[in-house]
Structure formats: structure tokens, C-alpha cells
Design a protein around this ligand. Structure first.
Ligand code: HEC
Ligand code: HEC
Length: 226
């Protein structure tokens, strides 16, 4: 190949390389820093609030959380509490990605391992920190056996066999989420303030599920938090 030809090919390659979209790397420090803002409502570990006012975020699918943040930002999903935190100035797309990944990687336990608190190497402070990362969903009333069957028939295909959602399919967990919060979202979905299935935005699948059935489904899910 002549020198000129070679230079031409090289510069062409360089041009192509420069134009290829470069995937941005996840920045865990940034994710952690952004989460300090979220922690004011959702808790330091994304555990939400016990009364279900603020949902649990820990271990939810990152793609799904990023999608919700963009829906809040674009005012396509109403969330008055969060609107001032998600405008473009406060939350550019990189921050949305980082905080979503950061939260998706937090694992909350539902029980502490038994330890000997009288052992000489017992670390009371570490134990305290660990206990703060515990999360339990209070048992909801209803027929758990019936709920299990209904859940398997009507919800499991998307929300996962055990109710833990899917990071691959970007579906949120229902087990491990506060029952009050789930009921509130059922209302919003039925009022079309939220869209359940993207390919059928006008049809709400929960319109066809009776409240008595949902009650049993949520009773079952509240037993599946660990
Ligand atoms: C001032 C309180 C407040 C702050 C701060 C806040 N949130 Fe929220 N967030 C809420 C409330 C309230 C909801 C539930 C809204 C609803 O009922 O639909 C919510 C819902 C969410 C949801 C949807 C969860 C679900 O299961 O549907 C995500 C994701 C979320 N917040 C992420 C964040 C992130 C990330 C931050 C930090 C950048 C943050 N939030 C900061 C109050 C807050
Ligand atoms: C075809 C798939 C599919 C089926 C079946 C399905 N869901 Fe969902 N569900 C989703 C998706 C996807 C979302 C997230 C929507 C969004 O916010 O973008 C969701 C969200 C929810 C939410 C809101 C959760 C949150 O944290 O914000 C509730 C509550 C819910 N579903 C309940 C149910 C129940 C109960 C059933 C069974 C009766 C069910 N879903 C069946 C796909 C499905």
C-alpha cells in the first residue's frame, strides 16, 4: 500500500473511532454522592420508609429506576415530592444512571446472623450498622395460599416466580416492597397516571383483577420478603 493510501485508511479509521458512541463507565462515587439526596426520603440504603410513604429502591432493576427518574423529570409519572430533584440541572442523565446502578447493587438482609455478643472480637458498631440494613415487610392480611396461586397465574410471568422482579426484563419487585405502597400504585395504574404495559398503554391489566384477589396476592407477597 502506498504511504498516502495508508495514511488515508488510517485517518478514516480514526474518524470512525471518534464517532463511535463511547459507553460511559459507571462511577460508583458519584452514585453514592447522589444517593445522599435520595436518602433523605428513601433511607440511606434505599430501604424506603416503614409506612410505605417512600418506596424501597435497594436492589430494584437499574434500567427500570432510570426509566422512572426520566418519567418524573418529563412529568409523565406524577411525583410532586421529587420534581425539584430531577430537573436537568439537578439530575443530568449521567447522575440518573450512576444513582440507579448504585441503588440496584444494595443488598438488604431480612435477618441478622446470630453472633456471640460476649466474644472478645464482637464489634458492636459493625453490628449496629448491619442492623440498619435490615428490612422486613410487615405481614399483610389475606389468604396466602390463594394469593400464591393467583400470583403465579397472573403476575409471575413479568414480576418473577418469587416476586423479586427482573433486572433483565426491567420489571420491579413486588415482594420486598411495602404493601401500602403497592396499593397506592394500583390506584395510580388504574387511574392511568402510570402505564403498566408499554405496548398496551390504554389497557390496564389490574382493571380485570378484583381487590379481593389483589389482597390475597399482596398477603402472599408479604411472606416472600426473604
Ligand atoms: C422529598 C422526598 C424524596 C426524595 C428526596 C427522593 N424521592 Fe424518590 N420518591 C419519593 C416519593 C414520595 C415516591 C413515590 C411516588 C408515588 O407514590 O408514585 C418516590 C418514588 C421513587 C421511585 C419509584 C419507585 C417505585 O417503586 O415506583 C424511584 C425510582 C425514586 N423515587 C428514586 C429516587 C432517587 C434516585 C432519588 C435521589 C436522586 C429520590 N428518589 C429522591 C420521594 C422522594
Ligand atoms: C405483562 C407483564 C406484567 C404483568 C403480567 C404484571 N405486571 Fe405489574 N408491572 C409490569 C411492569 C413492566 C411494571 C413497571 C411499569 C413502569 O413503571 O414502567 C409493573 C409495575 C407494577 C406495579 C408498580 C410497582 C412499583 O414499585 O412501582 C405494581 C403494584 C404491579 N405491577 C402489580 C402487578 C400485579 C399485582 C400483577 C398481577 C395481577 C402484575 N403487576 C402483572 C409488568 C407486568
Amino acid at each position: 500500500m502506498s504511504l498516502i493510501k495508508r495514511q488515508f485508511v488510517l485517518s478514516l479509521l480514526l474518524l470512525l473511532l471518534c464517532q463511535a458512541p463511547v459507553a460511559r463507565e459507571y462511577d460508583p462515587d458519584n452514585g453514592e454522592e447522589i444517593n445522599e439526596v435520595c436518602a433523605g426520603c428513601h433511607g440511606e440504603y434505599g430501604q424506603g420508609s416503614e409506612d410505605g410513604e417512600y418506596p424501597r429502591l435497594a436492589a430494584q432493576p437499574p434500567g427500570w429506576m432510570a426509566k422512572q427518574l426520566n418519567l418524573f423529570k418529563d412529568r409523565k409519572r406524577p411525583n410532586i415530592a421529587m420534581i425539584e430533584y430531577v430537573d436537568d440541572r439537578q439530575m443530568p442523565e449521567e447522575d440518573i444512571q450512576d444513582v440507579s446502578i448504585f441503588l440496584s447493587q444494595i443488598k438488604l438482609k431480612t435477618k441478622l446472623e446470630p453472633v456471640d455478643e460476649t466474644a472478645p472480637d464482637f464489634d458492636a458498631y459493625a453490628r449496629l450498622l448491619e442492623s440498619k440494613k435490615l428490612m422486613q415487610i410487615p405481614l399483610a392480611e389475606g389468604d396466602v395460599g390463594r394469593g400464591k396461586k393467583l400470583y403465579a397465574e397472573e403476575c409471575a410471568s413479568c414480576h418473577g416466580k418469587q416476586g423479586w422482579g427482573s433486572h433483565k426484563k426491567d420489571t420491579p419487585m413486588l415482594a420486598g416492597q411495602y404493601t401500602n405502597y403497592l396499593w397506592r400504585q394500583v390506584e395510580k395504574l388504574r387511574k392511568r397516571l402510570r402505564i403498566h404495559e408499554e405496548d398496551e398503554p390504554d389497557k390496564e391489566l389490574l382493571d380485570d383483577v378484583k381487590d379481593a384477589d389483589l389482597k390475597d396476592i399482596f398477603a402472599y407477597l408479604s411472606t416472600m420478603d426473604d
